[in-house]
Design a protein around this ligand. Structure first.
Ligand SMILES: [Fe+2]
Length: 382
């Protein structure tokens, strides 16, 4: 018998949802949350709203917002220290993937002990985590609903992928209004990360009927609304749809896992301080070309979801349309087109290729892949 599992948190979605964070945390029995965020979120005022919401709910919160892009093991340690010093009993993450992944990682070590390195891989967490409420302010990482946390091991210069159902937060709060304060560059790169999540989850060998419905809707929403969302910070309709796309892509990849794009981009992100979404957007068309052979029917559906007219086309012709659509979208929204534009060169290929091959996300890639294939893909993307 084929058994499918689908995990997700309670989801609170809509404008002003951010004001419900305090009462959401209170409902979980928490009294002293640690709020984990970053300077960017603080600068535009979202952190202050969360702090006030917690005060209103009678919570005594501690705050840690010294988080960088591609969060590091020592940032998890620093957060753990604050959690223990303030005798916290719960964690609220506010931000994009960096803040939320760090919040989850702190939750692991405060109840399970050791260092975050001890939990790299799949299902290594034994003890339950404290109550977790995550507020997503980018569309985005999907981390607010996922069973993933990705943290850089600063000694090995490697992104560690931690996968466990324990990491699915109790409550995810998604307020599309928070997207209006993002720069066009960040909107573009995080939006292409959403598309990568949706496409990788859809073609993953672990995809199911439950993940497909989420992934397909996310692809269609990104195809229709990423351009206008990048073009105008005030386009609330586009922000709403991109927030939903991010949520649905997050639900899809949390349960179907990802593929070669994320495996390769994790390998790069451990060593170079680059935007995760930009690296993914460069890699995505190349990996799609590679994977096309394994799942041509699904590529035909992707083309259709992107609004391409595929009538009277063969699977191969329609699939190529999907790849072309992704390339054109990334050109239109102005993200870098090559890894060399981002400062990478071919010296990194050998080392990065083996690291990518060993990443947990590579397991669900739809086409068998060797280290030579990964090297070839990196070379194409340079
Ligand atoms: Fe991602």
């Amino acid at each position: 018998m084929n058994i499918n599992k689908f995990v997700m948190p309670e989801v609170i979605f809509g404008n002003d949802a951010i004001h419900l964070v305090g009462e959401s945390c209170f409902r979980l029995g928490a009294k002293r949350p640690l709020i984990v965020s970053d300077f960017g979120v603080s600068d535009v005022g979202w952190l202050e709203i969360v702090i006030q919401s917690c005060q209103k709910a009678g919570l005594h919160s501690a705050i840690y917002y010294d988080i960088t892009t591609n969060p590091k093991d020592y940032e998890v340690e620093a957060g753990q220290k604050i959690y223990l010093e303030h005798e916290c009993d719960s964690i609220i993450g506010v931000g994009g993937g960096s803040a939320i992944d760090t919040a989850k990682a702190i939750a692991i070590v405060v109840t399970n002990g050791g260092t975050i390195q001890d939990y790299e891989g799949v299902d290594e967490i034994d003890e339950p985590l404290p109550p977790l409420v995550m507020v997503a302010t980018t569309a985005g990482s999907g981390s607010e609903v996922s069973q993933f946390s990705v943290i850089v091991d600063s000694t090995r210069k490697k992104k560690m992928t931690i996968v466990s159902k324990s990491l699915v937060p109790d409550i995810a709060i998604i307020d599309p209004q928070t997207l209006t304060t993002k720069s066009p560059q960040l909107t573009a790169s995080t939006g292409l990360d959403v598309l990568t999540h949706a496409i990788e989850a859809y073609v993953s060998i672990a995809s199911t009927a439950l993940t497909d419905v989420q992934a397909k809707n996310a692809i269609s929403l990104v195809a229709n609304y990423l351009r206008p969302s990048v073009a105008s910070s005030l386009n609330t309709e586009a922000k709403h749809h991109m927030a939903m796309a991010s949520l649905q892509a997050g639900l899809a990849f949390s349960n179907a896992i990802l593929g070669a794009v994320h495996a390769m981009s994790h390998a790069i992100g451990g060593r170079f301080p680059l935007l995760h979404g930009e690296v993914n957007s460069v890699l995505l068309p190349h990996v799609m070309e590679f994977n096309f052979l394994a799942v041509p029917k699904k590529f035909m559906t992707i083309a259709e979801l992107c609004g391409e007219n595929i009538r009277n086309m063969t699977e191969v012709e329609a699939g190529r349309k999907a790849i072309h659509f992704v390339k054109q979208l990334s050109l239109d929204i102005g993200v870098p087109q090559r890894l060399s534009d981002m400062g990478l060169d071919d010296e990194m290929i050998a080392e990065m290729s083996q690291i990518a091959l060993d990443d947990a996300c590579m397991i669900t890639n739809p086409r068998d892949i060797t280290v030579t294939d990964v090297q070839h893909l990196f070379k194409q993307a340079l």
